[in-house]
Design a protein around this ligand. Structure first.
Ligand code: NAX
Length: 324
């Protein structure tokens, strides 16, 4: 069987430290599919990267055919089938949001160009590194020969957080919760939507009251990342790696019938959201393609929150527009 080439950037970082071992164990593509890992890291992380590779080898994963390490995106993405863009510039002391956006725009425009030139034309590219939505927009703009539908920014962690919190509140297992959605930006303005969600086939908002939904659930999902940092002293890593895996698995194999996931994709104007921003919608995946769930009723409560997070993404785009 031909090996799948999986490229991962930021490969010596903490999310990758969870992701790589699960990929190599077959958690994404199953126990039959061999793979080659193509890891991108910056030179200054060479020792840490070498240590991770040593550990990968020490696991003697039967499916792992080869591990390639490079600081050159053109090598990392060569013939890649699946790509996780995790490495990003973190916000340094005193760094303004605009500077952060620009620093990352530089990284993601270079990586977009490299993907365009050397990756498989139908490679699936998931952007995790923050600001994920706008980094994805830059990547798409720099890969004009690839279908924009092959790119997504990750809101699956927010989606999974919402699923789990709702399940807990309803004393139900996660498998009984369906059709939760995250709209907009992977940021504090994201809108976790329960108006279409179901628990055991019954509308979620018959299980919980509006006060809990508005004043507890929404801010808890929005602030969950900060809360993990407060308690752990580091940002979410294992749960982020798990979400990246969930996202890619559903993208490749399809979403379960009757349910959907959340993912940020290039807006096509659905639900009146501006085009040319990468916005999270409820999505289904079928035949390797992500499609926005259409035809949902949007009430005023939802509409105002969807607009607020759209506005933030438009501002992010404005901040880097000369780099697009
Ligand atoms: P770490 O700082 O542990 O790792 C990032 C790694 O990326 C570092 O090893 C760094 O050397 C590398 N890197 C930086 N620039 C690079 C470049 N140009 N090419 C290749 N590698 C490069 O961060 P980690 O905790 O792993 O988080 C990675 C990114 O995910 C961050 O931007 C973080 O904010 C973002 N997250 C996104 C989430 C999402 O839901 N979309 C959730 C988790 C996480 O916060």
């Amino acid at each position: 069987m031909k090996a799948t080439r999986i490229a991962v950037t930021g490969a010596a970082g903490q999310i990758s430290y969870s992701l790589l071992f699960r990929l190599a164990a077959g958690d994404l593509l199953g126990p039959e599919q061999p793979m080659i890992l193509q890891l991108l890291e910056i030179e200054t992380m060479a020792d840490a990267m070498a240590g991770v590779v040593m550990e990968l080898k020490d696991c003697a994963f039967p499916l792992l055919q080869e591990v390639l390490v490079t600081a050159d995106p053109y090598q990392a993405f060569a013939d890649a089938d699946l790509v996780f863009l995790i490495g990003a510039r973190p916000r340094g002391p005193g760094m303004k949001r605009k500077d952060l956006l620009s620093a990352n725009a530089g990284i993601f425009s270079e990586q977009g160009k490299a993907l365009n030139e050397v990756a498989q034309k139908d490679a699936k590219v998931l952007v995790v590194g923050n600001p994920a939505n706008t980094n994805a927009l830059i990547t798409i703009h720099n890969a004009p020969d690839m279908n924009p539908q092959n790119f997504a920014a990750m809101t699956r962690l927010d989606h999974n957080r919402a699923l789990s919190l709702l399940a807990e509140k309803c004393h139900s297992p996660v498998m009984d919760v369906r059709r939760v959605s995250i709209w907009g930006n992977h940021s504090l303005t994201q809108f976790p939507d329960l108006f279409h969600a179901q628990v055991k086939g019954k509308p979620a908002l018959e299980w919980v009251d509006m006060d809990w939904y508005e004043n507890d659930f929404i801010p808890t999902v929005q602030n969950r990342g900060a809360e993990v940092i407060r308690l752990r002293g580091k940002s979410s890593a294992a749960s982020a790696a798990n979400a990246a895996l969930d996202h890619m698995r559903d993208w490749v194999f399809g979403t379960p019938a009757g349910d959907w996931i959340s993912a940020a994709v290039l807006s096509d104007g659905s639900y009146g959201i501006a085009g040319d921003i990468v916005y999270s919608f409820p999505m289904i995946a079928e035949n390797g393609l992500l499609q926005i769930v259409q035809g949902l009723d949007i009430n005023d409560f939802s509409r105002s929150r969807m607009k607020r997070t759209e506005q933030e993404l438009l501002e992010e785009r404005d901040a880097i527009k000369d780099l697009l």
